[in-house]
Design a protein around this ligand. Structure first.
Ligand code: HEC
Length: 200
């Protein structure tokens, strides 16, 4: 190979690699790495301690939506991709935390397959608890209306964290009834806050 040819080939490879990285990055929720770091500490830290760490993350990301978007389906083509469920994309369906919670809390319920995938579902719960620690610092305009609505925002954030922790414990028992009860409580914290404060 001539020196010149090698150089051109080298640049070509670097370009292709660079474009590949960009394509993946473009779809990721900006807050995902910070939320994952918080998730790593769930269970090791109390709610107050975790929420304190969450404050720095809340300051870093202006928009609550950037935080909540980690719950969206994991997708390479969507404008924003959530973190997804489990390490391997598409291995667990639906591959989005919000959809997975809704499915398990609803008619389909908690299946034997879910119990077999407990580690992935525990991680999903840690992510939810991590989001709560950030969301608690980001009450939107509606929530900031008065002291009572602010209190609701705080209570539902803590409830999201606590019920996510309960879900982790329930998954350890491998008891489908307990898991179902815990996931319904977690889903309840999402829906209460959304129906009161989210415009849709
Ligand atoms: C303390 C209040 C609160 C809690 C608790 C909460 N959310 Fe949200 N969430 C919001 C608000 C407000 C928005 C709208 C943000 C915006 O549009 O700026 C939102 C937006 C979202 C979005 C993206 C917007 C969309 O249109 O879909 C997803 C996904 C989401 N939430 C999932 C969840 C899930 C899953 C849970 C529970 C595990 C949860 N949220 C718990 C307040 C909350």
């Amino acid at each position: 190979m001539t020196k010149k040819y090698a150089m051109v080939l080298g640049i070509g490879v670097a370009l292709v690699a660079g474009v590949g990285v960009l394509a993946v990055r473009a779809a990721d929720t900006p807050a995902a790495p910070d939320i994952k770091k918080l998730a790593d500490q769930v269970g090791k830290k109390s709610w107050d301690e975790l929420a304190k760490e969450g404050q720095a993350v809340a300051k870093k990301h202006d928009d609550l939506l950037d935080i909540m978007n980690v719950f969206k389906p994991r997708s390479k083509v969507a404008k924003v991709s959530g973190i997804g469920v489990g390490d391997e994309p598409g291995a667990i369906i639906p591959d989005g935390i919000e959809q997975k919670i809704i499915r398990m809390a609803g008619k389909v319920g908690v299946t034997e397959r879910d119990i077999a995938k407990a580690p992935a579902l525990k991680r999903m719960s840690e992510i939810a608890a991590g989001v709560a620690a950030v969301a608690v610092h980001k009450p939107n305009d509606k929530a900031q209306k008065n002291a009572a609505s602010m209190q609701k925002w705080k209570d539902w954030s803590k409830e999201m964290h606590d019920s996510a922790q309960d879900l982790i414990k329930a998954l350890e028992t491998k008891d489908r009834t307990q898991v179902k009860a815990a996931v319904m409580k977690l889903n309840g914290s999402c829906t209460k806050c959304h129906s009161e404060f989210r415009d849709d």
